[in-house]
Design a binder for this molecule. Structure first.
Ligand SMILES: [Zn+2]
Length: 321
């Protein structure tokens, strides 16, 4: 598949949804790192899409971490394909897409001084007053309607504070950038703080994120910081995640997790009507066994065998346990 012809090979519904995502500015970052494109795509949750391109724009390898599994490609990937197709001047160097975006912003605003001053700064001209550039970035953030451009200005302003070593402004802005979903500011922010400051900032950020819709960035931070109680709460709100993360929550939460697994076993039993459904039930039982032990798992197995004696495929799967 190639960037020029992917539209012929993906079904129209997914294509339309992806195009809509792309047009609506749901791609909040697109960067070239370690020989592949990495994009953050925003929706009800944020997902990460990766794509590898050859020099002739063949898409050789692409992945999205969303749960969609009805087809080969999801709307997030399609949105990224459109963005890559649009960005035809791109050149495979680190951070190039951001620079391109930034040049576009400058031209769009059509302010001669802005162009001159910012280009001078980019070339490392230290005569320029940093305050003026800061002011112009803030102006750009206020006047741009495109969220991608606003984010680019904020990131540019962050670079400025790094150059001037203004720790206080770096900290404030890093928090802001992290809260709008720029997850690489998590590490930058952590480095700016001492342990005590970090604990306070971390807690505030997680509280703010969990008040709105805590997406992938919240989960990433919680995992990185190994915050078990927050992880447990998050899994309670997103039950499908418990299968992935319960080993991190043991032994502290084994009783609660055992109860969650029992609920999942009986829920999936109700929905199961084919061999793949029965396998799903058994999969939950296998995890349950790891958490609550053989005796508990065997009791459930017996109960299910009795209740489903007339479903030979189900009995067969249960007996594989
Ligand atoms: Zn996806």
């Amino acid at each position: 598949m190639n960037l020029r012809n992917f539209e012929n090979q993906i079904n129209d519904t997914i294509l339309m949804r992806g195009f809509d995502y792309y047009k609506s500015g749901n791609i909040i970052s697109l960067e070239y790192e370690n020989h592949e494109w990495v994009a953050e795509v925003e929706g009800s949750y944020d997902y990460t899409v990766t794509a590898k391109l050859t020099d002739s724009d063949d898409i050789t390898n692409t992945y999205c971490n969303c749960p969609y599994d009805m087809g080969v490609y999801c709307k997030h990937q399609v949105a990224v394909f459109y963005a890559l197709k649009k960005d035809n001047q791109r050149n495979k160097t680190e951070k190039k897409p951001d620079n391109t975006k930034f040049d576009e912003v400058i031209n769009k605003l059509d302010k001669q001084t802005l162009i001159k001053i910012i280009l001078d700064i980019t070339n490392g001209n230290s005569r320029i007053k940093y305050e003026r550039v800061e002011q112009l970035c803030l102006e750009g953030e206020r006047s741009c309607t495109d969220r991608g451009f606003v984010h680019a200005f904020k990131e540019y302003r962050y670079n400025l504070y790094e150059k001037t070593m203004d720790i206080a402004k770096q900290t404030t802005l890093a928090i802001e950038l992290l809260l709008i979903g720029k997850k690489n500011y998590y590490h930058k922010l952590k480095e700016l703080c001492n342990e005590h400051e970090w604990q306070e900032i971390l807690n505030n950020i997680l509280n703010v994120l969990s008040e709105k819709d805590p997406g992938k960035i919240y989960l990433d931070i919680v995992l990185n910081e190994n915050l078990k109680s927050r992880l447990m709460d998050y899994c309670n709100g997103n039950i499908y995640l418990i299968k992935t993360y319960y080993p991190k929550l043991l032994p502290e939460y084994s009783a609660e997790i055992g109860e969650m697994f029992v609920v999942q076993i009986f829920d999936s039993e109700k929905r199961a009507s084919s061999r793949s459904g029965y396998r799903n039930v058994c999969d939950w039982i296998r995890h349950y066994k790891k958490v609550s032990g053989n005796v508990a798992a065997d009791a459930i197995k017996k109960e299910l065998l009795l209740r489903n004696a007339r479903r030979p495929a189900f009995v067969d799967e249960l007996n594989k346990l």
